[in-house]
Design a protein around this ligand. Structure first.
Ligand code: SF4
Length: 267
C-alpha cells in the first residue's frame, strides 16, 4: 500500500472525528469540566492549565483539574487563582490523583503568574490573530514545565478542535509513545536497531518529527491526533493490537505486529 494512501486514510479519519461542538477531543470528563476547558472566550487560561497538566498522568485527570480548582477557589478568574492559598492548590492536586501533584503545585500557579505578567491576564493572546503555529508553540514553551510535546499538542488542539486559524509554519507532531508505535506499524517510520535506541531516545523523537514534516508538510501536526487515537484505542502496546476493529485495517501493513505485540516492546 503506497505511503500516500496510508497518510490520507489517517488524515481522513482525523477529519471525520472532529466534533467542534465538543471542543477538546478524546477526553472523558464531566460536563462542567469540559465546558470550562472549552470556554476559550471567558477562561482561555483553563485550556492552558489543562495542557500544562497533561503529562505523566491520565489525560482525564489533567483536563478535570481546572474545574476542581474553580470549585476550591470559588471562581476561575486569573485574579482569583492568583490569590488561591498554597494549601488549597496542594489539596486539589493531591486529591486529583495527578502523578506529578508536587510538581504541578509549582508549575500551575507559575503559569497563572506568567499569563498575568506576559499577557495581561488574557491567555488567548498566546494564539492572537495572525500568529503562526510555530509562534504559538514557542509561546507555550515559555511556560515552566512545558516541553516540545505539550507545546505542539496544545497548538494542534487549538487548530483541530477549536478551529483557531494560524498561519504557516504550522506546529509539529507531538511525539508520543502511541504515535511512535502507530507510525512504525503503519510502515511510516522504520525501526531503529535496539542497540541504537538505548542511547538515542532524542534521535528517535526527532526522526518521528521529521517524518511527519515529510509526510504532511503543510501541517505535520495534523497526523498527531489520529495516530494517537489509533494507538490508544486499537494499536496497543503490551497486548495484541485489535486490527479487526481498527480504522486503519484496510491499509495497514502491520509492521512488526506479531514479533512484539505480545510483549509490549515498541523498540
Ligand atoms: S491495523 Fe493493527 S497494526 Fe495497524 S494500526 Fe491498526 S491496530 Fe495497529
Amino acid at each position: 500500500m503506497p505511503v500516500d494512501d496510508i497518510v490520507s486514510r489517517l488524515k481522513r479519519f482525523g477529519a471525520d472525528s472532529i466534533k467542534r461542538e465538543d471542543g477538546v477531543s478524546g477526553i472523558d470528563v464531566e460536563p462542567a469540566a469540559r465546558a470550562l476547558v472549552n470556554d476559550l472566550e471567558r477562561y482561555p487560561h483553563a485550556f492552558v492549565v489543562a495542557c500544562i497538566a497533561d503529562r505523566q498522568t491520565k489525560s482525564d485527570i489533567a483536563w478535570s483539574l481546572p474545574h476542581l480548582l474553580r470549585e476550591a477557589a470559588g471562581g476561575f478568574d486569573v485574579d482569583t487563582l492568583l490569590e488561591l492559598e498554597k494549601d488549597k492548590w496542594t489539596s486539589v492536586l493531591v486529591s486529583s490523583g495527578h502523578r506529578l501533584a508536587t510538581q504541578m503545585e509549582r508549575l500551575l500557579p507559575a503559569a497563572i503568574r506568567h499569563i498575568r505578567h506576559r499577557y495581561g491576564g488574557d491567555a488567548s493572546r498566546i494564539w492572537a490573530d495572525g500568529s503562526s503555529g510555530a509562534a504559538v508553540a514557542r509561546r507555550f514553551l515559555a511556560f515552566d514545565g512545558v516541553g516540545p510535546k505539550i507545546a505542539n499538542m496544545a497548538v494542534n488542539i487549538l487548530i483541530r478542535d477549536f478551529g483557531i486559524q494560524l498561519t504557516r509554519p504550522m506546529p509539529d507532531i507531538a511525539v508520543d509513545t502511541h504515535v511512535l508505535r502507530v507510525f512504525e506499524r503503519l510502515g511510516l517510520l522504520g525501526r531503529l536497531e535496539h542497540s541504537q535506541l538505548r542511547s538515542t531516545q532524542g534521535k528517535q523523537h526527532l526522526r518521528l518529527q521529521l517524518r511527519a514534516r515529510e509526510l504532511s508538510p503543510e501541517w505535520p501536526g495534523e497526523l498527531d491526533w489520529p495516530a494517537w487515537y489509533v494507538g490508544r484505542t486499537w494499536c496497543h502496546a503490551g497486548r495484541p493490537p485489535e486490527c479487526d476493529a481498527c480504522c486503519m485495517r484496510s491499509v495497514c501493513p502491520r509492521q512488526g505486529v506479531g514479533s512484539d505485540s505480545a510483549t509490549g516492546s515498541r523498540t
